[in-house]
Design a protein around this ligand. Structure first.
Ligand SMILES: [Zn+2]
Length: 65
């Protein structure tokens, strides 16, 4: 028996978000930040992602006027 902690865990855990395209500058970022949600006509919700650079501005736009 080898090390029990070395089991084959896939890298796609919940704590590691997959790369997403920034909704603003369209850069693919490894550190996507969820800035909102859109609902399509079909009623399906889609997360909106932004890169760390654009996220603070987008989040501000949504709250303050
Ligand atoms: Zn961006």
């Amino acid at each position: 028996m080898s090390h029990p902690t070395e089991s084959a865990h896939p890298r796609q855990s919940a704590g590691e978000p997959l790369p997403q395209r920034c909704v603003d500058c369209e850069t693919v970022t490894d550190e996507p930040i969820r800035v909102g949600e859109v609902h399509t006509a079909a009623g399906v919700g889609c997360d909106v992602w932004a890169c760390p650079v654009c996220a603070p501005r987008l989040l501000q736009d949504g709250e303050a006027s």
